[in-house]
Design a protein around this ligand. Structure first.
Ligand SMILES: O=C(O)c1cc(C(=O)O)c2c(n1)C(=O)C(=O)c1cc(C(=O)O)[nH]c1-2
Length: 235
């Protein structure tokens, strides 16, 4: 075997490499920094909530695409929980409904959010790229792309701790979505990481996993770029 083929990282090293990608998470995007440091206007917050709604309604379609491509019953029966989290089931109205409550709490009309009247083309294109990736890529790569959720609890906590102080005009019960995601993201990540660590074995495959994760980080970043361009950024 040629000696220039790098040895695979062991699972601990590989996970560490994945976690290091968090340096490119949208938590550091100027638009997010503005939102979470209290510098945003009401219009900017409303614009963000209305645009992010398209991400919220696309996540279950993305997860359905993963399930459609996945022949492994054990994976499917765990992955389906993600769809139920967002769409709701039984008495649980679900995350999309919680996002609509957030929309109302920031002063938006539910119908205009559902009608996507404020959706910016760049946000639409970025989100659609995520759903299309999940449709077309091997299902394990689509699972890997969800691992930005490794970094999501920190951004939800940031909102929970800073928004009430900076934006007292937002009804506090509207923040429930962020509260619910802290533990759900942790559960999702445990499963997504287990699949990723088991599937990407060689160094070349592991490098591919890092590329896939970067692609997803870029989607989140591009959504913020589009919103910053449209609504402006101040610091
Ligand atoms: O508010 C955020 O910054 C944020 C980011 C992400 C993410 O990192 O993809 C998700 C969420 N929220 C989220 O609420 C959520 O349900 C979610 C699902 C997924 C996914 O890729 O399957 N990401 C995220």
């Amino acid at each position: 075997m040629s000696s220039d083929v790098a040895a695979p990282w062991n699972p601990t090293e590989f996970e560490q490499q994945l976690r290091e990608q968090g340096r490119a998470y949208h938590i550091y995007h100027p638009f997010n920094v503005m939102l979470n440091s209290g510098q945003a206007t009401r219009e900017q917050i409303q614009g963000w909530v209305a645009n992010r709604f398209y991400y919220q309604i696309s996540i279950p379609r993305k997860d359905a695409a993963i399930i459609a491509n996945c022949p492994d019953r054990d994976v499917r029966r765990r992955w389906v929980e993600r769809i139920l989290d967002h769409d709701g089931h039984g008495d649980d109205p679900g995350g999309i409904e919680a996002w609509l409550r957030l929309a109302e709490a920031v002063g938006l009309e539910r119908a205009e959010v559902e009608g996507l009247t404020r959706l910016i083309p760049g946000v639409r294109f970025a989100v659609d790229a995520y759903v299309n990736f999940a449709r077309q890529a091997p299902w394990q790569e689509a699972v890997c792309s969800s691992l930005t959720e490794l970094f999501a609890p920190a951004i939800h906590r940031q909102r929970l701790s800073s928004w009430p102080e900076h934006y007292p005009w937002i009804e506090q019960d509207g923040l429930q979505y962020f509260r619910s995601r802290v533990s759900l993201a942790q559960r999702d990540v445990n499963h997504g990481l287990a699949v990723t660590l088991a599937y990407f074995k060689t160094r070349e495959q592991q490098q591919r996993a890092l590329q896939v994760l970067k692609f997803k980080l870029d989607i989140l970043w591009a959504m913020n770029d589009a919103m910053a361009q449209h609504y402006g950024v101040q610091s």
